[in-house]
Design a protein around this ligand. Structure first.
Ligand code: NDP
Length: 316
């Protein structure tokens, strides 16, 4: 495993993190979830990402159980707050009330006294940013989270957040956006702003939820047991990539991967890691073999020719 700083902070994170959205507590049985976590640990992954809202809070519970017995100092555990976790008007968002209550639930479910990174899962337009950042400052001062990050904030929101965090005496160190060869939105504004601000990207869905493995083929039904057939939720999220044009282009990446000695999934993970503003790529997996395959992207340097060919096949 290789490690990178999380933004300009001193925290080191594994270049590949393991995340459990849609899998733990939902698509996969507990035994398979534990096997994936074991595989991640065996491959040297130390950074684990979850959220209070995944699988109706069950994902945090499963991860907490799966990590029991590990040396806590050897792990970086990330979770998030924002999306509704209950029916009440205060069971959501980034109010002081919800942040201070939600962190308790997360720590209890994760069976830990602190998380390494606590993230705002989205920007809350209904709560003053000052209130949110003061609540995060208090969470850090109480030792319940060591660092604060955000997810899918715009460049402007990041600038405001970083400024307030500095005034309040803590660091906003990371941004968690979607980023893959098929989803490059952050390159325009978020990455340049983050480089300036010392914010690192912890990118999600680096293989576009499985699409960049090439297993979804144009004109064919999705393979049985894949996320696209997961009626518990996964199927709806992956739809945006499942059209014949995208799937045809993905197949055209095969020679690029082969010439680099990689599988398509490894090419996809290696590609996001070529961006120096990326601190870690969070992979998901429904089976331990997927973790073992994808982790081999660590340390791969893609040639300029490979990068150019990828741009010409998929469009920059
Ligand atoms: P990926 O793009 O890595 O997709 C993972 C899925 O792809 C797996 O569950 C598996 O699905 C399939 N897959 C992975 N490797 C292989 C392989 N080698 N061969 C074949 N199929 C493979 O990431 P996710 O979309 O799962 O997201 C990763 C993490 O990012 C989440 O767990 C979460 O922590 C975070 N995230 C954060 C979000 C946010 O808003 N902040 C939003 C989304 C994710 P299957 O076998 O079922 O086909």
């Amino acid at each position: 495993m290789h490690f990178r700083h999380l933004g300009s902070s001193g925290l080191m994170v594994s270049e590949i993190s393991y995340g459990n959205w849609l899998t733990h507590g939902s698509q996969v049985e507990e035994a398979a979830a534990v096997a994936c976590v074991r595989a991640a640990l065996d491959e040297g992954i130390t950074t684990f990402d979850t959220a209070d809202v995944y699988a109706g809070t069950r994902a945090e519970e499963v991860l907490g159980r799966a990590l029991q017995g590990q040396r806590r100092e050897g792990l970086e555990i990330f979770t998030k707050v924002y999306w509704p976790t209950g029916p009440g008007p205060n069971d959501r968002g980034l109010s002081r009330k919800h942040i201070l209550e939600s962190i308790h639930g997360s720590l209890r479910r994760l069976k830990t006294d602190y998380v390494d990174l606590y993230q705002a899962h989205r920007y809350d337009t209904e709560t003053p940013l000052e209130e949110t950042m003061q609540a995060f400052a208090d969470v850090v001062r109480q030792g319940k989270a060591h660092y604060i990050g955000v997810s899918e904030w715009t460049a402007e929101q990041l600038r405001e957040g970083v400024k307030l965090a500095r005034q309040l005496g803590f660091q906003l160190v990371s941004s968690q956006p979607q980023y893959s060869m098929l989803w490059r939105v952050i390159e325009a504004e978020v990455v340049p702003a983050s480089q300036e601000l010392g914010v690192g990207q912890v990118v999600f869905s680096p293989i576009a939820q499985g699409v960049l493995t090439g297993k979804y083929r144009p004109g064919q039904k999705p393979p049985e047991g894949s996320r696209a057939t997961d009626e518990k939720g996964g199927a709806s999220f992956i739809q945006r990539f499942l059209n014949d044009d995208v799937l045809t282009r993905v197949q055209q990446l095969t020679p690029v991967a082969q010439e680099a000695g990689l599988s398509l999934a490894q090419l996809a993970v290696a590609w996001v890691l070529q961006n120096p503003n990326v601190s870690s790529a969070i992979i998901g997996a429904s089976r331990p073999e997927q973790v073992k395959e994808n982790v081999k992207a660590v340390g791969v340097k893609l040639s300029q020719d490979a990068m150019r060919r990828i741009d010409s096949i998929l469009g920059p």
